[in-house]
Design a protein around this ligand. Structure first.
Ligand SMILES: NC(=O)c1ccc[n+]([C@@H]2O[C@H](COP(=O)([O-])OP(=O)(O)OC[C@H]3O[C@@H](n4cnc5c(N)ncnc54)[C@H](OP(=O)(O)O)[C@@H]3O)[C@@H](O)[C@H]2O)c1
Length: 252
């Protein structure tokens, strides 16, 4: 595959950083987007190929246009591979889920991907080649207790992916989602800390409990998620899919 212009959101740590490393190792140019510039700089320093550090809060309505425009100006053409990975999670019983938490889940996990997709998809369709991969969750495939807002946002993201895929299927552009289970990242570290604080279990016990929820008996690695993102980039016939990377937790 020729070198492509890629943009990865949430590339400062966890899954997004692993995806950026894999794309760069394959010879692609990678623009890294997140709020924390220092984390983006640290990831960029590890990449073998060209990279762009684009600090941005994607809940800002102008951020999608600014980030896509930066790639176009610096690299002389539109984004060809878009990885919509930035996300946040909150856990609370539905009756104690605040308006603020609900709005934040939808803003970061659904509205921000929508704005970037809206900005980038026409250029891909015009060029006759493009790849979009959203990092959703098993929470896009089923409902668990205490994650109503997160689950609603991730179900919405999978719906967005399916509709967009149908719209551009004849134009050389694929749009897919990967749906991870519990992955060993800073987000899961925060989940572990939350379980530990509310249940009195040690962090090790809390982490073990999450690992045991997955039939493989361990957390998924960020690299295992990145592998499936790369498969979606390489393959032209898989589109409109949500691919579970969850150690066998959801069979679909
Ligand atoms: N970890 C899991 O077990 C798991 C399971 C299923 C799905 N996922 C999904 O996988 C994706 C990545 O998760 P992760 O575990 O790698 O999380 P993480 O370690 O917390 O990393 C999240 C990334 O998103 C960025 N981000 C958050 N809010 C942002 C905003 N408003 N604007 C721009 N960037 C923002 C963060 O950077 P800044 O904070 O610096 O902005 C960071 O780079 C998320 O969509 C998550 O829902 C994770």
């Amino acid at each position: 595959m020729p070198a492509r212009r890629c943009l990865v959101t949430g590339a400062g740590r966890g899954i997004g950083a692993a995806v950026a490393r894999r794309l760069s190792a394959e010879g692609h140019a990678v623009a890294l987007v997140a709020r924390t510039a220092a984390e983006l700089e640290a990831v960029a320093a590890q990449l073998p190929g060209p990279s762009l550090v684009v600090p941005a809060d994607l809940t800002n309505p102008g951020a999608a246009d600014a980030a896509a425009g930066r790639v176009e100006r610096e690299w002389g053409g539109p984004v060809e591979v878009l990885v919509l990975n930035a996300g946040v999670a909150v856990s609370a019983p539905l009756a104690r889920t605040t308006d603020e938490d609900w709005a934040r889940m939808l803003e970061v996990n659904l509205t921000a991907p929508f704005r970037l997709l809206r900005r980038v998809l026409p250029g891909m369709a015009e060029a006759g080649w493009g790849r979009v991969v959203a990092v959703a969750s098993v929470a896009a495939r089923r409902g668990d207790p205490y994650v109503a807002a997160y689950t609603a946002s991730k179900h919405g993201l999978l719906g967005l992916v399916r509709s967009a895929a149908a719209e551009v299927a004849g134009r050389g552009v694929t749009v897919n989602a990967v749906c991870p289970g519990y992955v060993d990242t800073p987000m899961t570290d925060r989940t572990v800390a939350g379980i530990s604080a509310t249940t009195g279990r040690t962090p090790e016990q809390a982490r073990d409990a999450l690992a045991r929820k997955q039939p493989i008996g361990r957390l998924v690695t960020p690299e295992e998620v990145a592998d499936v993102v790369l498969l979606c980039v390489a393959n032209a016939a898989v589109t409109g899919q949500g691919i579970n990377v969850d150690g066998g937790a959801v069979q679909s």
